[in-house]
Design a binder for this molecule. Structure first.
Ligand code: N2P
Length: 392
């Protein structure tokens, strides 16, 4: 039931966004004004900073528009140390071990739920974030299953794990064989993978990205807790293991540069690869696909660690990120929408009309909505995944 409500809420938001694209979404002639702080009762006059003007951020790779961090540093005088992690599992292990040294981390909600429950993240200093008012209330509602009351998480970007292809290379490798009706066949069905291995198949390198889509492909609940389901997913994956060339969570250049022609990757990264290939003068057509049986939705969210040394600087950065122009840059430059309503007017028309970035409501309804994993499920997934990777 909850999943259903979630889909409806996100769909409502997307419908609103889709309606918009009927009108040309023009970039404003003037530079966008810095978001005026809507009157929040206890809002301080300006940002509050910690004595030590440092902020330590831990985020996914390839996930921040160029110049955004430098712009914050310049305006605030805060030195940002920006590190990256490649999987939710890696971030989670750090948070559980404690003393991360990071102030802001960006977990997917599928992991953030347990991190909030486990006390690994602290409540937001909402009174220091007037720009929270820019967020779409419908989108925020979708986060409450992970974060009741929206007290810990602020959206960074959302997208979906899906099949990406270099269409030109895939068609060639298939040698006259028609494209499958379900795009997941390209990466999961031996009939196709045995052909596509010649131009390169790449998978994201994470149990909680691959096992859920594998489960869904074989008709099981993507967030199943049943060990028998994991076993079945492992068996299906075992049949295509020899055809998978790469395991990587940073595959943009592999796709753009021709090392991989069919991938299980993230929607925005595949769109970035498409743009990069063009910039490099390639004529190949690279596409994020919308598989008929659905793709795996994710929402990544900023949160402040329980022992953050710079919680005020963290609040200042979160509020900065929530300005409309930064939200628009995430969609325009990175291919990931952020759930920021105020930023939509600055999204470029070609991005607003890209159905693999701003997904239409009818496809959205087919997506696998985010849920969460129990510790046991995560462990079982990791076992199956590691066995698969090792070719066992
Ligand atoms: C990485 C962006 C997507 C992260 N480039 C997926 N959670």
């Amino acid at each position: 039931m909850k999943k259903h409500v979630l889909v409806l809420a996100i769909s409502a938001m997307l419908l609103a966004a889709c309606g918009k694209k009927e009108e040309p979404v023009a970039a404003p002639a003037e530079p966008a004004p810095v978001a005026a702080a809507p009157a929040a009762p206890a809002a301080p006059a300006g940002p509050v900073y910690d004595d030590e003007k440092v902020l330590n951020i831990y985020n996914w790779p390839d996930y921040v528009p160029e110049g955004m961090i430098a712009a914050f540093e310049k305006e605030s005088g805060i030195k940002v140390n920006y590190d990256t992690f490649e999987t939710n599992e890696a971030l989670h292990a750090k948070l559980v071990a404690g003393n991360t040294g990071y102030d802001i981390v960006v977990p997917g909600t599928v992991f953030a739920k347990g991190q909030i429950e486990g006390g690994l993240l602290q409540p937001l200093k909402k009174e220091q974030m007037p720009n929270l008012a820019n967020l779409d209330p419908g989108f925020m509602q979708t986060l409450v299953t992970a974060d009741p009351g929206n007290n810990h998480l602020v959206p960074w970007g959302w997208g979906f794990t899906t099949v990406g292809i270099n269409k030109t290379k895939v068609e060639k490798a298939l040698g006259g064989m028609a494209m499958p009706e379900n795009a997941w066949d390209l990466v999961f069905k031996p009939e196709y993978t045995s052909k596509l291995k010649s131009c390169g198949i790449a998978y994201l390198d994470s149990p909680t990205e691959i096992i859920p889509v594998a489960l869904h492909y074989i008709g099981k609940d993507a967030y199943s807790n049943d060990p028998a389901d994991y076993k079945a997913a492992g068996e299906m994956l075992g049949q295509v293991r020899k055809d998978v060339r790469l395991f990587s969570s940073t595959m943009i250049d592999d796709i753009a540069g021709g090392k991989a022609c069919a991938v299980i990757g993230w929607s925005g990264d595949i769109n970035i690869a498409a743009g990069r290939a063009k910039e490099n003068g390639s004529k190949d057509e690279i596409e994020a696909l919308l598989p008929i049986s659905g793709a795996l939705l994710f929402a990544d969210t900023m949160a402040v660690t329980k022992d953050a040394k710079h919680p005020n600087n963290a609040a200042a950065f979160i509020d900065f990120f929530l300005r409309p122009e930064n939200a628009a840059a995430m969609a325009n430059e990175m291919g990931y929408p952020t759930g920021n309503k105020a930023g939509l007017a600055q999204v470029k028309p070609e991005i607003a009309s890209n159905k693999t970035i701003f997904v239409e409501a009818d496809y959205f309804a087919k997506m696998i909505p985010p849920s969460s994993f129990t510790n046991e499920a995560r462990e079982a997934m990791a076992n199956v995944y590691n066995g698969f990777k090792k070719g066992k």
